[in-house]
Structure formats: C-alpha cells, structure tokens
Design a protein around this ligand. Sequence first.
Ligand code: F6R
Length: 265
Amino acid sequence: MRIVVCESPDQVAMVAADESIEYLGLACSSSSQSQETSVLGLATGSTPLGLYQQWIKRHRAGEISFRNIVSFNLDEYCGVPPEDPQSYHYFMQENLFKHIDILPLNTHIPKTDCQDLPASAEAYEIAIAQAGGIDLQILGIGTEGHIGFNELGSSLSSATRVKTLTSKTRQDNARFFASMDQVPKMAITMGLGTIMNARAILLLATGVHKADTIRDTVEGPVTAMVPASILQFHPNATVVIDQAAASKLAHLDYYLECERNQQSL
Ligand code: F6R
C-alpha cells in the first residue's frame, strides 16, 4: 500500500484529483488523454466531496473531460427512491454529475427501486464486468472499517449484494436524515471481491475520527472484522489521508520517507 499523508483535507482532495486525472487520462491537453473509455468507481459520503469539487473546478476551467468515462457507484440504500434527496442517486447528481460532461447513460448506481433486490445486485456485478472492470475505484472508509457498505464480517471475496448496515454505520449516517428511524437498514453494495478487482484504488480519509480505522486498515491484520484491511492484498492501492487520520499510524515516519524517496526517483 502507498500511504500519502497530506497537511489538510483540502490537500487530500488536490492529491486525489491529481492522481485520478493522471491515471484516467482526463486532462484535455494531455497527449495521454485516452480516446478509449475508462471505468471509474465512485463513492458518496462526506469524504470524496473535496475531490468532486476539484474535478468540477478543473472541468469548468476546460482542463479535464469525463466524456470517455463510464462510472459505477459503490452502493445505494434500499427503500430510498432515486429522486429522494437522501438517495445516492440524488447525491451523485447534485454533487458531481450535473456539473461535469459525463454522459448520463454512462453513469451507474445500484438499482434498489425494484422488487427483486438480489437480482438487481447480480445484474450490477455483471454490468461492471461487461464494461471491462473498474480501472480506478475511489473509496471512503467507515469508522468501523467498511468500504462500500461491506460491514464487519463481510466475505473478503464478496460480490455485489444486499447488505444489512450495522448500527454504527446507521448512527454515523444519521446526520443526513431527519431522525434515526429514517436511516435505511439495508443497501446494495459492491462486494470486497468487486472492489479488489479494480485495477487501482484510491482510498481517502480525513479527520481524527478515522485515525483508529486507518491504523487498523494499514497496520493491523487482514481480517473481515476490518473489511478495508483486505486492501493490503491489492497491488495498486493508494491511501491518501490528512495528518489527523494518520495520527495513530505507528510507522508514519517510514511512510513519509517512502514518499520523499519516490519523488526523488
Ligand atoms: C459511500 C460508501 C461508504 C463511505 C463511508 C465513509 O458510498 O460506500 O463506505 O465512503 O461510510 O463516509 P464519510 O465519507 O461520510 O465519512
């Protein structure tokens, strides 16, 4: 795992924007701008908002384009229709899609407004494979180490499926709802196996409330009790965090030295 420690959440967003733009060849002026489609995995929640604002700003400045991007979001709540302001469909529309030039037909979010949720999850997994798999997956992380909604105990090789949210996740996400009763109990989420199949991963975390889970993810044993720890097995996973989220890492000095040495190559 590559660990990049930034001075502030703003710098996390900037580094994540630079890394993703380069990896996906989004820059309009770049000779590396791909005419081929790239597949981008997206997350919701508070953490990626700074990155999305960076993308929007650079798109408005004419620097980057999402014309050749196909996107797949990690997850969607069950029981929240797409037009509901609490849905992840609505979140993505408001916070990213309507501000950039991605083609609406190229955006995908798990469908939960249907009768057969397991079939919908299965169809989503197939759609990702048919698109050629995910090139770059953006991730946030829950305070108990979930990625997507792969809660503790998730199979380390799971596919997209319906998952029950833990009470901690429901409490953490209650800030977006009028009352705890309204926080959904289930979601369709990409699995840990789905995420691990991505060719590259960018996990973002900010704030001292993420420090324990970042330590467990990066330095703890690989265990389904900290689902994000599976990323230790990924050959191309980068963790971009601010100093607060990095504050409990035992080997912080070493990670900083690795970055300095990489930049001198
Ligand atoms: C969101 C998602 C979740 C969040 C995580 C962190 O699509 O899959 O795993 O990334 O719950 O949420 P925030 O960023 O709000 O702390």
